[in-house]
Design a protein around this ligand. Structure first.
Ligand SMILES: Nc1ncnc2c1ncn2[C@@H]1O[C@H](COP(=O)(O)OP(=O)(O)OP(=O)(O)O)[C@@H](O)[C@H]1O
Length: 457
């Protein structure tokens, strides 16, 4: 190791450096704070031994100066005036360890072993941090960019409320069908909040058994259940100071619900098998595709927990309820996947656009993303055609009935009546005439002709 000894007593500098050099370390010495600070600026030392009494100087002050420019520097305090108070103060300020003068070679050796371990751990942490950074940037480049802007008023209003509340500690409940982007939104709330530099920890409620889920959330102590071979901390602890995201909260077992309520209400929890109350400071975001009011009615979800979670709540509209955004998402995904595959694909043909608009996308953004990725691989020409996309499921008689506004299919109606009613309904909700034509599977000129014929201009 490279070591710097900072002490105003020449004899201490000499004997300590001799002892350290004998152990094979490189050693330099400094007799005062300014010299030490200058050397530390010029070079990196693995470990600093710093005297608390440097003539007129206060060692604690030098300690703070070193740490303010090198927060990770390992510093062991030397002092002949050992007292618990100074030791505590020095470690509170960031000193790594404390060595009372006079010390034996064994005590010195023990410090070196400890320092070596700390350096190794620090190295591992740095490597892990670099790996996380790399993975983050890789994930960013292997996924299409996220989009939160919307042409749909309801979606815009929902997101607006949510992102305005992001900077508070309020609990957030995100509702919506599967694949609408609830997990993505939860992370975005975290990123837009004051907690963005703190942990974001996800717990998927249905993926584990009741006991395991409780232990994953709150931690356990050794022997609290079969297989609990050592004490562990749970995700509530891991998320301390940051955001805890509870995915699929609708599946949270009844037995765990009071414990979550306590966490939200009292900010307290206990590890499994331990009687010690611990306090926690986490922001909770929860998501579900279940109708929680139905779960309350059926006795599967506590009403008080629902109200605690529901401080800020949004329902993410399904993709078929955001036709104005559908084409925008499809285009973005296509640009991303075609460039990733090195293919030149110039958007969607008329038939491709029509197929997009007619499909009901039950799997929402997740399904659309997969469909476009597949289409970008399979497309034969330079545009995405209907045949490259999933076939729209035929409309169930009930849906069609609803869409044609109560006209009974198969009832006593002429084709013209049905056509006119259907056309009218589609024109009501399609974002543009072009989209209406695509949904109806006709070209724009035919749509104009039909509107004229039925007097719908
Ligand atoms: N805002 C967005 N912009 C672009 N793509 C998105 C966006 N939100 C979601 N997606 C895409 O949809 C996929 C599914 O999103 P996510 O997992 O957040 O949905 P979910 O509602 O949490 O689904 P589930 O209820 O099944 O857990 C994402 O992996 C991403 O590809």
């Amino acid at each position: 190791m490279d070591i710097l000894i900072v002490d105003d007593e020449k004899s201490i500098r000499l004997t300590t450096s001799l002892a350290l050099e004998n152990e094979g370390h490189y050693v330099e010495t400094a007799e005062d704070g300014p010299t030490a600070l200058r050397r530390l600026k010029e070079e990196n030392f693995d470990l600093v031994f710093l005297d608390l009494r440097l003539g007129d100087e206060d060692g604690l002050e030098v300690l703070q100066q070193i740490l303010s420019s090198k927060p990770r520097q390992l510093i062991t305090i030397f002092t002949a005036h050992a007292s618990v108070a100074t030791a505590v103060k020095a470690t509170q300020l960031g000193a790594f360890d404390y060595l009372e003068k006079p010390f034996t070679p064994d005590q010195l050796r023990a410090i070196l072993i400890k320092a070596k371990k700390a350096i190794q751990t620090q190295g591992e942490v740095t490597r892990l941090q670099e790996t996380v950074q790399e993975l983050k940037s890789e994930a960013k480049h292997s996924s299409p960019p996220l989009q939160f802007a919307s042409e749909d008023k309801r979606t815009r209003d929902e997101f607006d409320t949510l992102f305005r509340a992001a900077a508070t500690n309020a609990s957030v409940l995100i509702l919506g069908e599967s694949g609408t982007g609830k997990s993505v939104i939860a992370r975005e709330v975290h990123e837009r909040s004051h907690l963005r530099d703190k942990p974001f920890v996800t717990v998927s409620c249905p993926s584990l058994s009741k006991e395991l889920l409780e232990s994953v959330l709150f931690g356990h102590i050794k022997g609290s259940f079969t297989g609990a071979i050592r004490d562990t901390w749970g995700k509530v602890h891991a998320a301390e100071g940051g955001t805890l995201f509870l995915d699929e909260i609708g599946e949270l077992p009844m037995e765990i619900q009071p414990k979550l309520l306590r966490l939200l209400q009292e900010r307290e929890y206990e590890r499994l098998g331990e009687n010690k109350v611990r306090s926690s400071n986490v922001r909770v975001i929860a998501a579900t595709n279940r109708d929680l009011t139905e779960s309350i009615a059926s006795g599967d979800f506590r009403e008080d927990l629902y109200y605690r979670l529901n401080v800020i709540s949004i329902t993410v509209p399904s993709l078929r309820d955001r036709p104005a955004d559908l084409f925008q998402f499809a285009t973005q995904y296509l640009e991303f996947f075609s460039s990733q595959m090195g293919r030149k694909i110039d958007g969607f043909s008329e038939s491709g656009r029509s197929a997009l608009m007619r499909h009901s996308w039950p799997g929402n953004l997740r399904e659309l993303r997969n469909a476009i990725e597949r289409a970008a691989i399979l497309a034969r020409g330079n545009k995405i055609e209907a045949e490259d996309l999933p076939r729209p499921a035929p409309l169930a008689a009930n849906d069609l009935k609803e869409k044609v506004g109560g006209l009974g299919i198969g009832g006593e109606h002429s084709l013209d009546e049905i056509e006119q009613a259907h056309l009218g309904k589609v024109l009501e909700w399609a974002p543009s005439l072009q989209d209406a034509a695509a949904i109806l599977g006709i070209d724009k000129a035919t749509l104009y002709r039909k509107r004229k014929r039925f007097g719908m201009e």
